[in-house]
Design a protein around this ligand. Structure first.
Ligand code: ACM
Ligand code: ZN
Length: 573
């Protein structure tokens, strides 16, 4: 340390530069930590990370060991400084420490303190003359701390990595911070999924919503039904844009994930503190399954794996008992592979045209005594696929949801569904993912259901981010979701939700649909830097948010994108 001070002083006095001109760490990263106290008024209040410095951690803890390895790798690859792993070394310059949470003031108890989900991610990062200390209650907190250190790092200079003294305390606002990737419309390799997870972790996200089935392709291997993925994953051809002109490429397109690959993704995600929420979208968006099992459709088919986009009228038959048998087989294997506490059942965009005419569906409606209340307005707004309010057909969908909810509950899981599941009446434990605006989420929270907000006009990153569409690759272009638009999203509006209802909002999610996104580079371009914008909606308290300030902080993160080779949109609106 003395040597550093001496060298810094000599160097600075020799060239006569100010502190601002020294390349030093910047702690106002994205997402912005809850509290950043920089305690540096001069060069004697800086620490330099140098080659050969050690990282200490509890080597008996596998997670701490892995986090230390991550940090070592990031600092080497992104800042070109080689650190050593020195477990349990009290003199290491960088220390990762797990600490026990203190009992609340005035309450002395021998019982361990129970942490909220937010507190589990709590961490502090201190830079002092002794070095850098990262502390947390749980390994996940240490992982967040290591990401903060990584994102703060300056360019290396002759002295190493200059870190002004600081004390950072951080904790996320929401516990569910998600991103959806649609692998149904286009298939993305496991290698890219891993990169996607790395990008998510960099932005503090913790829920990967993996959209695994679509009309255009079934991507999840079901061992009991081998043809489902083998045949259902391949469409004969794909529509060539623009979609109103029915022009096809005539090239077969396919791909699916084996269960082994899915487990590999789950493991990779878990090592980055990301839960994988798998989605099997039903009873609509099922044409790829109907292609393989036409008996599951109301008309009996034949059906093709859809070669174009849109909302298809061919859906699973709601009155055929084999539909539930099929779904339980699929969701059963899904639960075997994905340990997620939440399983997404889709539920969106299920036109009821076939059900209204299908003898089996109508017989089931009779059997269940589902009455027609289609004139009863459904809270939460309804359009495509659920425009009939509490119609018997919407109630039939709710019946199927109920059966699957019970099935999932027997496996210890909760169901998530798109907000259309409000139409037929929510099942007991359903979590609503609000996509057609926020009305569905608000309505569900008022019914004391858990909610994830993902309103399309703020959170759909398949839409362009720049007003001038000609500057970007083609996307879903009905409206623009710019960084500033996304940033302005506030999921908890006091006029809409009481404090207690607000507690039902688990978090926020950005969705990347891929009708027009076929390649990893394009997916990253759609994602970045919008995920940086979304990350502050997910992580920061509303009073911390300031878009102009976010824009000033973005170049530091973009520097990291460049080092990591990420494709991103270079303009921000
Ligand atoms: C959706 O965008 N159809 C959920
Ligand atoms: Zn039917």
């Amino acid at each position: 340390m003395k040597r550093l001070l001496f060298t810094v002083c000599c160097l600075l006095s020799a060239v006569c530069v100010s502190a601002d001109e020294v390349t030093a760490a910047k702690y106002d990263i994205i997402p912005l930590p809850k509290e950043v106290k920089v305690m540096c008024t001069g060069f004697d209040q800086m620490f330099a990370i140098e080659d050969g410095n050690g990282i200490s951690y509890d080597a008996s803890n596998a997670e701490c060991t892995r986090i230390a390895q991550f940090l070592q790798e990031w600092v080497k690859e992104e800042a070109d400084v080689k650190l050593q792993l020195t477990p349990d070394d009290k003199n290491a310059q960088i220390k990762l420490r797990l600490v026990s949470p203190a009992a609340p003031k005035g309450k002395k108890s021998k019982k361990p303190v129970t942490l909220t989900d937010q507190q589990k991610e709590n961490y502090t990062m201190k830079v002092t003359e002794k070095g850098i200390e990262l502390t947390a209650f749980e390994p996940v907190g240490l992982f967040r701390a290591a990401q903060t250190l990584r994102k703060s790092l300056p360019e290396k200079n002759g002295l190493g990595l200059i870190m002004p003294f600081v004390e950072i305390t951080d904790q996320p606002r929401f516990t569910y911070r998600g991103v959806l990737l649609d692998c149904g419309r286009h298939f993305f390799s496991v290698e890219f999924i891993k990169q996607f997870l790395d990008v998510m972790a960099l932005h503090g996200c913790n829920q990967f919503h993996w959209h695994l089935t679509e009309d255009q392709g079934w991507r999840f291997e079901v061992k009991a039904l081998p043809d489902l993925a083998k045949k259902g994953s391949v469409r004969e051809k794909s529509i060539i844009a623009p979609s109103k002109v029915r022009l096809y490429d005539n090239i077969p397109y396919g791909g699916y994930y084996t269960q082994e690959e899915c487990r590999e993704v789950v493991k990779y995600a878990a090592e980055r503190y990301i839960n994988v929420v798998p989605e099997i979208d039903m009873p609509g968006h099922m044409q790829s399954a109907l292609h393989v099992f036409p008996n599951l459709g109301c008309t009996g088919g034949p059906y093709q794996v859809a070669p174009h986009w849109g909302v298809m009228r061919e859906v699973l038959c709601g009155g055929n008992p084999e539909t539930l048998t099929f779904l339980k087989t699929v969701f059963g294997e899904l639960c075997d592979v994905f340990p997620s506490p939440y399983i997404h059942i889709g539920g969106d965009e299920c036109p009821k045209e076939r059900w209204k005419k299908c003898p089996k569906c109508q017989a089931k409606i009779q059997e269940l005594g589902l009455t027609d209340e289609s004139k009863v307005a459904v809270e939460g707004g309804d359009n495509r696929g659920s425009q009939d309010g509490r119609s018997p057909e919407n109630k039939l969908q709710s019946y199927i949801n109920h059966e699957i909810e019970q099935f999932l509950a027997s496996r210890g899981r909760s169901l998530i569904g798109w907000d259309e599941i409000l139409a037929g009446g929510l099942t007991e434990d359903a979590i609503v993912m609000s996509w057609r605006g926020t009305k569905g989420g608000v309505a569900a929270a008022k019914q004391k259901h858990r909610v994830i907000m993902s309103p399309n006009v703020y959170a759909y990153i398949d839409h362009p981010q720049l007003k001038d569409y000609s500057k970007s690759p083609r996307t879903t272009d009905s409206y623009v979701v710019s960084c500033s638009k996304m940033y302005s999203f506030e999921p908890l509006v006091p006029e809409e939700l009481t404090e207690e209802e607000g507690d039902c909002i688990l978090g926020v999610q950005a969705n990347l649909w891929t009708e027009h996104v076929a390649y990893p580079e394009h997916a990253l371009y759609q994602l970045l830097p919008r995920l940086a914008s979304m990350s502050e909606v997910q992580w920061c308290a509303p009073e911390q948010k300031d878009f102009e300030n976010w824009k000033k902080r973005l170049p530091q993160l973009e520097r990291l994108y460049d080092k990591l080779g990420y494709v991103y949109c270079r303009e921000v609106e």
